[in-house]
Write a protein that binds this ligand. Sequence first.
Ligand code: FES
Ligand code: MG
Length: 578
Amino acid sequence: MTDRKKTYEELRSARWMAPDDFRSFGHRSRIMQMGYAPEDWEGRPVIAILNTWSDIQPCHAHFKDRVEWVKRGILQEGGLPIELPTLSLSENFVKPTTMLYRNMLAMETEELLRSHPVDGAVLMGGCDKTTPGLVMGAVSMGLPFIFLPAGPMLRGNYAGQVLGSGTDSFKYWDERRAGTITKEEWQGVEGGIARSYGHCMTMGTASTMTAIAEALGLTLPGASSIPAADSNHQRMAAACGRRAVEMVWEDLTPDRILTEAAVTNAVTVAMATGCSTNAIIHLIAMARRAGIPLELDDLDRIGRATPVIANVRPTGKGYLMEDFFYAGGLRALMKNLAEKLDTSALTVSGRTLGEGIETAKVFNDDVIRPLDNPVYHEGSLAVLRGNLAPDGAVIKPAACAPEYRVHAGPALVADSYDELKAIINDEDHPMTPDTVLVLRNAGPQGGPGMPEWGMIPMPKALLKKGYRDMVRMSDARMSGTSYGACILHVAPEAYVGGPLALLRNGDIVELDVPNRTLNMRVSDQEIAARRAAWQPPEPRYGRGYGVMFSKHIMQANEGCDFDFLLTEAGPKVPEPAI
Ligand code: FES
Ligand code: MG
């Protein structure tokens, strides 16, 4: 039985619906226009369902139906469901990159909730940026909410091979470019790699971010691992609806859930899953919206103390999210990790994280490893600093060949993606496996939007000789399903004059992952001389959203939020006048 801390008159929606005045007459007559009767709203919390469905969002294709299950749960518990469609941010189709629009979704989420007569929310997301976008906005608004993860799609399958999203596309693409598979085989991979609705089923950005949402306490226990096509997902959706109504009565607002302990738990879980490099940016952005000043160094520190125990591609070798679910899912992983978590953290369920994982079990300890038999001995992400990245850069050491973790080699620099393409397609390029291939002007402002160009494709000149990895460096991001010796998120970015802008062909780049350093072997005097000669590039935009984006976007180490959206940017936004 829900502990009612609020009366109906105290609910936010009652300000719109209850008063005996002219404005409320307008609201009531207009909701009656849609066929509702007073019994539908009187005494009931109104729950917004923010649905990131669209006709071109394959990861959320089931949300058109799944939302009906959420509504059913809300009605069962005595609430009134209101579906509000939002930007759907389809990772594959939205160009130049969904990252350009994550903050737009966050703004939309916050303002939709603020401007409508709603008391709480269910957020439906899962494809990469949708999770942080929805969470950031809802945290800033502060209404009770619950996150409904889309769930991973089924394993890919082609010619008896299990295929993983992204990861295997990159692998087979390298083989196609090396000429070792036929066009027909390639088409077979195309039809088999994504064969149900749901988000990418590797431990890419989507699976990482929904796991983070669960570890933060923002989903029902176990919700993030349920495959989209499993009927448990419908039941979970209805349960989200019921629980959202209860949360409104309990006044379970996000500030009670998103504490420092919850954020630390989420970082720990992210590291143990072998998380996507994108998670770093989103974790920082989400934590800061909750007023918790998470820094890159916190992530590195927690990473060093947390082994990767999810044996899921791309960091792990064999398995995919469907296997992870059958092996016990995130609850089981957190159970193995419990000694490193603050299990007293509160979750949207109204119970603690510890209570949520109490009965969890591991059913396959090759998929979900014990702490003493990890996939990788420390967390999958490392933060590098040095004269090339004074504000930090990241690398996924577990996903790169061990011989590249300490490396020195000459830079080969591309100033744009077109320049890069010419280099990687030149079969006779005189580069060597020691070369450090660099792409710059691909950061938050330069990209613009920091596109996922950071897993620079292996150049044909090296593929031809049998090489499948080399050190690559950029101020871009890379897909969470990527792998290789890729240094990413170099900050500050080249486009705003970060030292990466000053690097020249042939300069020796020194990478030392164990010592967390990234330097160019160039003297301070020479760097100063190059800086004095550096000319800032033309602005990317002259009008439109891009102008606002370029003016307010922060660097990768700060989470790429807009400066004016930070909690400390100004006083709390007032409730709208009615
Ligand atoms: Fe949507 Fe990968 S494309 S999660
Ligand atoms: Mg992605």
